[in-house]
Design a protein around this ligand. Structure first.
Ligand SMILES: Nc1ncnc2c1ncn2[C@@H]1O[C@H](COP(=O)(O)OP(=O)(O)OP(=O)(O)O)[C@@H](O)[C@H]1O
Ligand SMILES: [Mg+2]
Length: 317
């Protein structure tokens, strides 16, 4: 299939990535990635969702040039991975980040700024801004050793933004955070997109994905199971049609084949199966003197879709 999108217009392009691990103890080969292909448009927030062991971190580590894929290729902002050019414009938050215990946040950011060659005054200005932005102002003088999991995650986010990256890659940015912290990270991700950046993040928290992403890919057992906008992923599956009508007389055969039938005085609500002929049903209701109050398709939730995709991936031997 030919596509008009040039690789240079994409924030990320991943082509048939495969990675097997051979561990010294287990003789068996672990196929962590079994042909992963996807693209991330510039300016999007992209959610990479999958259960434990799905291959999210392996994909991200490959993109960051930390491990070499068995086969396949990737580009970041049009540049081949791994390369210095690709890495320069990317901010990266590793999974469970570990930093030097005896540094403070300003010291950590200063160190990261030096690695990126940011000049002194600019380095300090950026560090101060970021410390404020991730909500660590009151912990400026504390050693990272004393930080809670959530605070470390914030420090990790700040260091990922130190080089003012065009693309931000975050491996489980909400992990270890309480609901308020998660909301703050979601807002931070949204503000990055508002500033024209691209954000690629992995997670298994589906409510976070549903709330902020432009596109989602579901990965399980080293393969993409589904991808699209969150709305597309759920809209493909209307599960039922919920109807409420006002009716004074008997419901008669209007309830035949319906589910969750409830009658409260002259209000009747019920669910028709997705396969039902809703128009025919409504015509019958009108003929019985009913007034239609609401007709709403009920979609599968993103969580249900996720669980279904994971279950079907697990079912393959
Ligand atoms: N260095 C390694 N050596 C051997 N196996 C590995 C290595 N890294 C990952 N794996 C295996 O590859 C598979 C995918 O792991 P990966 O860490 O990518 O999953 P994940 O989707 O990030 O999971 P989680 O949600 O738990 O972070 C797992 O079966 C894991 O055990
Ligand atoms: Mg992981």
């Amino acid at each position: 299939m030919y596509r008009l999108t040039l690789v240079a217009d994409l924030a990320l392009a991943v082509r048939d990535l495969r990675k097997s691990f051979r561990t010294p103890f287990a003789r068996k080969k672990i196929e962590a990635l079994r042909g992963v292909t996807f693209e991330v448009q510039k300016g999007h927030i992209f959610g990479f969702v999958g259960p434990n062991g799905a291959g999210k971190t392996t994909t991200i580590r490959t993109l960051m040039g930390l491990i070499k894929p068995t086969s396949g290729s990737a580009t970041i902002l049009g540049r081949t991975v791994p390369s210095r050019a690709a890495r320069e414009r990317v901010g990266f938050l590793p999974e469970s980040p570990y930093f030097y215990d005896y540094l403070t946040v300003p010291e950590l950011l200063d160190l990261v700024g030096r690695l990126f060659g940011i000049p002194g005054p600019e380095r300090k200005k950026r560090a101060d801004e970021l410390i404020e932005r991730v909500g660590l102002s009151r912990a400026r003088t504390q050693n990272l050793k004393k930080f809670s999991k959530g605070m470390l995650q914030r420090a990790g986010l700040a260091q990922a933004l130190m080089n003012d990256p065009e693309l931000v890659v975050l491996d489980e940015p909400m992990s270890g955070l309480d609901p308020i912290g998660r909301k703050e990270v979601r807002d931070l991700i949204l503000s990055l997109r508002d500033a024209g950046k691209t954000v690629f993040f992995s997670t298994h928290i589906l409510s976070d994905v549903e709330a902020i992403t432009d596109r989602v890919a579901i990965i399980a057992r080293g393969q993409l199971q589904a991808s699209g906008t969150p709305a597309e992923l759920v809209a493909q599956s209307v599960q039922a049609v919920d109807i409420t009508i006002r009716l004074t007389g008997e419901a008669g055969d209007l309830t035949a084949g319906a589910d969750q039938v409830r009658r409260h005085e002259d209000e009747l609500s019920l669910s028709l199966p997705a396969s039902a002929d809703v128009d025919a049903w409504l015509a019958k209701a009108h003929a019985a003197g009913a007034k239609v109050i609401s007709v709403a398709p009920r979609h599968e939730t993103l969580e249900a879709r996720f669980l279904r995709e994971v279950a079907s991936a697990e079912a393959v031997p």
